[in-house]
Design a protein around this ligand. Structure first.
Ligand SMILES: *[C@@H]1O[C@H](CO)[C@@H](O)[C@H](O)[C@H]1NC(C)=O
Ligand SMILES: *[C@@H]1O[C@H](CO)[C@@H](O)[C@H](O)[C@H]1NC(C)=O
Ligand SMILES: CC(=O)N[C@H]1CO[C@H](CO)[C@@H](O)[C@@H]1O
Ligand SMILES: [Fe+2]
Length: 480
């Protein structure tokens, strides 16, 4: 499974044959280190990241990173992958985290003291700009790498994840498409690239094509949790509830040990139950498979899933017990992070759910302050037009000011894609708008609710949730 070490070794053994050496050099992915062990560990980390799976027999990603540092502390690409995973994890920011800030600075300084390849320098620059919040610029640099090194899996995956955070759906698809022909069957991990491509397809509404490519990937490797995830999205977007439930159940054994994604796949599974109105079943999945890893890892994706699941159940009027308070224990420390607006709004959901007014206020004021100061940070530049009205809409809704929530949310709903995340994840914003409109005092807004439900029904016919909401809308309308 070592995608990189093979190239490295071939460069070494091919060195006597100049033309072959050149060919590998041109296509190959040079790693500037004298330690073969460091190359091997770099590859192990990349493989685990690319497959969403910590391999415990290798010591997991953290274990491998520690050994990697020890094998060659001066290995720039080792620093790149270590810092990159921290930054892409979006749980830490150099703005507030001195340790991460100095790690990024040390990486840049180290790279300047070494004779590196252009590709390696671009990797360093990409992370340097990412750390300063310039996510689109980071993607441009990774694209530059991919144009000359289409099998650079690290550049491909970092850009894929960053496009996701940016809500750049077509870029997420096309970035993989541009390198797709180079990922022939013999290239290690190539079936996973099919999974990345299929996710770009689903996020651009090419559902049938997405499903086909994901099944191709699964035919090669049924343990590919990300391709399972794409199919979960297809079934979600088409409201194919029974098909979705069946698929998750049948494949669970193959993906449940992919620890970085399993919680999210369970989240998709529970969504089908919410669709059906089977709240107890959704809560059982939540309590067994979503809450425990979230609590243990504090991983941002897990926290987001936890919040988002609870908020959807809250909108459906389900009693949630102490669950919001438990979640608050994990989210509260992120109140002032403001790394991604998408994360902010999910932390906010938990503050509102736990009725922690002080923390709610703190999140809003610190975001307002950061948004006022001019800065290069891409996400913060979106705070005044998108992040703040979105957060305020949630607050108004919780305070019972449904009309106000609609006024805040309705004008920006087609722009919200820019806060990132998947269509399925951002659906909670559409649901909030519909619920706010349904419960508005103004008749015009209740009428809007009906229109929004028609829109929803056209996009995913036969959704049980939409049907429930349409019945509710008819009831409140006749009351008017
Ligand atoms: C973990 O790594 C070992 C050693 O490379 C490998 O044999 C094994 O298949 C890996 N396990 C998983 C689940 O990928
Ligand atoms: C790392 O680089 C520094 C400065 O060039 C050098 O002094 C040190 O010996 C190197 N360490 C290793 C383990 O190569
Ligand atoms: C990370 C986290 O706080 N997870 C929580 C999600 O909700 C459950 C309640 O079912 C809590 O127990 C977890 O602590
Ligand atoms: Fe998803």
């Amino acid at each position: 499974m070592f995608a990189f070490i093979s190239f490295q070794r071939l460069i070494l053994v091919g060195a006597s044959d100049i033309s072959k050496f050149q060919a590998w050099q041109d296509a190959g992915l040079v790693l500037s280190t004298t330690s073969n062990e460091a190359c091997k560990l770099f590859d192990a980390v990349l493989t685990q990241y690319a497959t969403w799976t910590n391999n415990e027999s290798l010591g997991g990603i953290d274990g491998c990173l520690a050994k990697l540092k020890a094998a060659d502390p001066n290995f720039t690409m080792g620093h790149v992958i270590a810092n990159g995973l921290e930054l892409i994890g979006t749980g830490r920011t150099v703005r507030l985290d001195k340790e991460l800030d100095s790690a990024v600075r040390a990486m840049v300084a180290l790279s300047q003291s070494q004779a590196l390849t252009e590709r390696e320098r671009l990797h360093v620059s990409a992370l340097d700009v990412f750390a300063r919040g310039q996510l689109p610029k980071a993607c441009d640099l990774w694209e530059q790498i991919l144009q000359s090194h289409p099998t650079d899996l690290l550049a491909l995956k970092f850009s894929h994840d960053t496009y996701f955070y940016l809500g750049h759906q077509r870029q997420m698809r096309d970035s993989v498409a541009r390198v797709y022909p180079f990922w022939t069957r013999d290239v290690p991990l190539s079936s996973y690239v099919k999974g990345y491509y299929s996710f770009g397809l689903v996020e651009t509404n090419l559902f049938d094509h997405a499903e086909k490519v994901a099944h191709e990937a699964l035919a090669i490797n049924q343990r590919d949790a990300w391709s399972v995830h794409t199919i979960a999205h297809v079934n979600e977007m088409k409201a194919e509830v029974e098909k979705g439930l069946k698929f998750m159940k049948e494949t669970e054994k193959n993906w449940k040990s992919s620890d970085m994604l399993a919680c999210h796949n369970y989240w998709h599974w529970a969504l089908y139950y919410i669709e059906k109105g089977e709240y107890e079943a959704a809560l059982t999945i939540y309590d067994q498979h979503i809450a425990p890893p979230c609590l243990a890892s504090g991983n941002i994706l897990d926290v987001v899933d936890n919040s988002s699941m609870l908020y959807r159940l809250h909108l459906e009027g389900v009693e949630l017990g102490d669950r919001w308070n438990d979640l608050l224990g994990v989210t509260k420390k992120h109140t002032k992070d403001h790394i991604l607006l998408f994360n902010d709004v999910h932390f906010l959901m938990s503050f509102l759910g736990a009725k922690d007014h002080k923390t709610t206020e703190e999140l809003l004021t610190t975001l307002q302050e950061l948004a006022r100061a001019p800065r290069e940070d891409h996400q913060l530049s979106l705070a005044p037009s998108l992040g703040l009205p979105l957060c305020q809409a949630f607050v108004e809704f919780e305070n019972g000011n449904c009309d106000k929530a609609v006024d805040l949310l309705y004008p920006i709903r087609y722009e919200l894609v820019q806060v990132g995340g998947s269509d399925a994840q951002r659906d909670v914003f559409s649901l909030l708008l519909i619920h706010a409109a349904l419960n508005s005092k103004s008749k015009a807004k209740r009428n809007l609710a009906r229109c929004l439900l028609h829109e929803r029904d056209m996009m995913r016919p036969k959704s049980p949730m939409t049907e429930r909401l349409i019945r509710k809308a008819a009831a409140v309308h006749s009351m008017a």
